[in-house]
Every structure is written in structure tokens, then in C-alpha cells.
Design a protein around this ligand. Structure first.
Ligand SMILES: [Zn+2]
Length: 474
């Protein structure tokens, strides 16, 4: 462009020179030369008298200086909100027309971000949303791999600069295999270690671990930048300086690749430790909440029916099952754990009167039920124990504390449903005894299963809220 401008300016100067020597152009200034000049015809002015003014600048043969920067080296156009788009910033140092194209050098397809776009000196930002137009005219998300970005800037003298960049497209989440949490069960003291292996082409990877309970995140380790490999992360989840209460948790591993794709996997683990068990038969300060507790689980159909009733009415309850029935009716056991607002406690293995056996025997029967729940449903009955018949002595309470049962759960409302086949009798006995903070004792018997819906509705009609033990104690 500069070359053209200077050529035009020289022509103008030449024209002015011609005018300046033309006769009568300015009588005052040309007086001295006026007389001889009048004798000459204007047409005889020799061209050689016009001074030649040289072009002070050469023609523009310099192509534009072009700089290209990308907002990231990778994009992941999968709509997860992380690196879904790429910003291409192009800087030119002079007026130019700009063309920017993203293309897939392997699979084909392209996207024009700019086509002969007039651009002033400065920076232009262009956004690519990760889609390419295929040969048949349709648009699709770019495949995984490297895309080429062609940038061409042409100045007004048609000098051209081309720059080629590339960006990686990766929409694949890292592979992630979650190993065990160790130690399991964890006491809440020392480090908890989560084992896993992961791989992904878009490195570096960032990984961290979390501990959840009932779907809620309690604590999270710091993020670690690590290579793809087999790893373990050891840390101390503390739920913000509180020692985690006894019970069931999920240990989750999260891995995010450099393109922002994220994988997460979790495994259950238990927190168990020696405690002093606390006997409860009702709970003061529970407001209008009453606990429904259901024992034994020997009758599969009744057990299953009670779960359906609780689920349908959105009521809570806690089941105390003997370990042999947890294993025998494993599907119902898993359904119990999966039902909202339903929780579990231990009723030991074998339903013997624990006060009649040794400390070691009592502990063995408690841990046997614990193992049944863990094996069948990856669940723990801790921290709730109901000794069979409500029978205990100091050794039973010591064994309960050793086995992580922080609560030895008795009751204050016993409709003696084992002693009647009439659902109406069970209903009236429950309602005559229940008050805020009560713990109601029921069994997995067919007539009790029949009565359960009316029990729940009648409690509610009296302003009481049937819940499980975690809600009663919470
Ligand atoms: Zn029982």
C-alpha cells in the first residue's frame, strides 16, 4: 500500500511544478521574468525544466507480521464446560485481510473462523466451538486428534504471510480403575490410602480423592499433578477436623486430563473403632420423631413387603436382621440398603441370648452379622446393635463397644406382634404407646407387614414422624 501512495504523491508534485511555471500563474512573484516569458508559448516549456522529485520510499514488499496464540493446547468440545471452545488470537502489524481455517488433516472437515476479513493493526479474537463441516456440508464435533489451524494475512500490496498452528482435540475421559481403600475398616486414626490406576493421552493428569457419606462430600484431598500410572493417595479425611463417625463411607478418586475430561470412581469403606456403647430405649429431645425398628428378617415376603410400604409412604425405619437371613435373602438385603430413609443395625448371627454366652462368643456373633452385611451389600450395621431378646450384661456391652456398636438399641414400645395374628391388635398396641422419641419394636411377620401402612398413617395422623434411628438420633 505504501508504494502506491508514494507513486501517487510524486505525480501530484509534478503537476504542481507544471502549474508553477505556467504564464500568469502569479503576476506579483513572476514580475522579473514576466517580459521574456510572455514571448514564449506555454507549450514550449521544456519538460526537462520540471524538477524530478524522487520517491522517498520503496514499494511495499514486506509481508505482514502475524502472531498467533491459542487459548489452550487442547480442547474438549463435549459440553462439560471445561475447555469446550478454543480462542485463536491473531495479531497483525498492518492493514490486512485475514483468513483463518481449522481443518482435520486426517479425517477431513474444516471450519472457517475468518474469510478475507478486513483487519486493522492489532489483535483479532476468533472462537472455534469444536465443530467441523464435512464434505457433504453437514457439521459434526471434531474427532479426537490434532487439528491444523491455517492463518493467512494479505496486506494491501498483496504481500502474504501464512502461519500454521495446531490444537489437540480430546473428548475422552481418562481410564480409571479404582482399587481398594486401605486399611478397611479404617479407625479414623492415621492415613487412609486409596489405590487406583489411570491413563490418558492428554497429560499432565490431575488427581484427587474425596470421602462421601450418603452422597455428600465430607472432605477432599489436595489435587496432585501426576503421570498416568498406578497410584495411591494417602491422606487423612477428617470432615473438617472432626473424626469421622462410625459407619459407611465412599472413597472416591477423581482424575482430570489436560483437556478437562474427568473420570471418577468410588468404593465403599467402613469406619470402625472401639467405643463405649450407649444403651437407648427412647430418645429425649427427638421432637415428634419416632423410630420404627423391625427385627429378625426370617420371613422374606414380609421383609420385602415392609420395604415396599416404607418406600411408598416415604417413611423411615431401621432393620435389625440376623446374619443368616442377610445371606439367605441377599436380594432383599441389598434392597434394604438401597431404600431411601431405611437403615440397618446388627441383630447378630443365630439369635441366641448373648447374656448366656462368653464375651468371645458374643463378639463373634456380632462380627458375623457385620461380615454378612459387608459381603452381601457392602454395608455395615454399625453403629447400631440390638441384642436378641433385648438381653445383655456387662460382657455383652463390652463386646458391643469392641465391635463398633456405639448404640445398643432397646425399645420403649413393644406391641408383642409375635404374640398375635391380628394386625388390628398390633396397630392399637403401637398407637397406645408411641410418643415423640419412642423406639417401636416390630418383627418381619406377615401380620405386622399388613399392619405397617396403617401404623405409619396413624402415627402421622397424631403428628408423629416415623423415622429410622439415624434420623431419630440426628
Ligand atoms: Zn429378634
Amino acid at each position: 500500500m505504501q508504494g502506491r501512495i508514494w507513486l501517487a504523491a510524486a505525480a501530484v508534485v509534478a503537476a504542481i511544478g507544471l502549474v508553477a511555471v505556467a504564464p500568469g500563474a502569479d503576476a506579483g512573484q513572476l514580475t522579473a521574468a514576466a517580459e521574456p516569458a510572455t514571448t514564449l508559448p506555454a507549450t514550449t516549456v521544456p519538460a526537462t525544466t520540471v524538477p524530478e522529485i524522487p520517491d522517498p520510499r520503496p514499494p511495499d514488499t514486506t509481508p505482514p507480521v502475524v502472531g498467533v496464540t491459542l487459548s489452550s493446547a487442547l480442547v474438549s468440545p463435549n459440553g462439560d464446560g471445561r475447555l469446550d471452545r478454543l480462542t485463536v488470537r491473531v495479531t497483525v502489524d498492518e492493514d490486512a485481510t485475514l483468513s483463518v481455517t481449522v481443518r482435520n488433516p486426517v479425517g477431513g472437515g474444516h471450519a472457517h473462523l475468518a474469510t478475507d476479513q478486513p483487519t486493522s493493526p492489532g489483535t483479532v479474537s476468533l472462537v472455534w466451538l469444536g465443530r467441523l463441516q464435512r464434505g457433504d456440508g453437514t457439521w459434526a464435533t471434531a474427532g479426537n486428534g490434532r487439528m491444523v489451524i491455517d492463518v493467512e494475512a494479505v496486506d494491501l500490496a498483496t504481500n502474504t504471510t501464512t502461519v500454521t498452528e495446531s490444537v489437540g482435540v480430546d473428548t475422552r475421559a481418562p481410564t480409571l480403575r479404582q482399587g481398594p481403600v486401605s486399611p478397611e475398616p479404617w479407625t479414623g486414626q492415621g492415613a487412609l490410602t486409596q489405590h487406583f490406576s489411570t491413563s490418558d493421552p492428554s497429560r499432565p493428569l490431575t488427581m484427587w480423592t474425596r470421602v462421601l457419606r450418603d452422597g455428600r462430600v465430607l472432605d477432599q484431598s489436595p489435587p496432585h499433578p501426576r503421570p498416568a500410572s498406578t497410584h495411591s493417595i494417602s491422606w487423612h479425611p477428617d470432615a473438617w477436623t472432626r473424626t469421622l463417625p462410625i459407619g459407611l463411607y465412599e472413597g472416591e478418586v477423581v482424575v482430570r486430563d489436560a483437556a478437562g475430561n474427568t473420570s471418577r470412581r468410588s468404593v465403599p469403606f467402613r469406619v470402625h473403632r472401639v467405643v463405649t456403647t450407649q444403651r437407648i430405649s427412647q430418645v429425649a429431645g427427638a421432637g415428634r420423631r419416632v423410630a420404627i425398628t423391625i427385627d429378625d428378617c426370617y420371613h422374606q415376603a414380609a421383609w420385602s413387603s415392609m420395604l415396599s410400604t416404607l418406600d411408598r409412604l416415604d417413611a423411615g425405619a431401621t432393620f435389625f436382621c440376623n446374619g443368616e437371613y442377610v445371606r439367605r435373602f441377599a436380594d432383599v438385603a441389598r434392597r434394604t440398603v438401597a431404600t431411601d430413609r431405611v437403615s440397618i443395625g446388627s441383630h447378630t448371627v443365630g439369635h441366641v441370648d448373648l447374656a448366656t454366652v462368653s464375651f468371645g462368643e458374643a463378639l463373634h456373633r456380632m462380627l458375623g452379622d457385620e461380615a454378612a452385611w459387608w459381603d452381601v451389600a457392602r454395608a455395615t450395621p454399625a453403629p447400631y446393635l440390638r441384642p436378641p431378646y433385648g438381653s445383655y450384661d456387662n460382657e455383652v456391652l463390652a463386646a458391643a463397644g469392641r465391635a463398633s456398636f456405639a448404640y445398643t438399641v432397646l425399645w420403649d414400645v413393644d406391641p408383642q406382634d409375635w404374640d398375635t395374628n391380628d394386625p388390628g391388635t398390633v396397630i392399637s398396641r403401637v398407637l397406645s404407646g408411641a410418643k415423640g422419641g419412642s423406639i417401636i419394636l416390630l418383627h418381619t411377620k406377615p401380620q405386622t407387614a399388613q399392619a405397617l401402612e396403617t401404623i405409619i398413617r396413624s402415627l402421622r395422623a397424631r403428628g408423629l414422624q416415623p423415622v429410622g434411628l439415624p434420623e431419630l438420633l440426628g
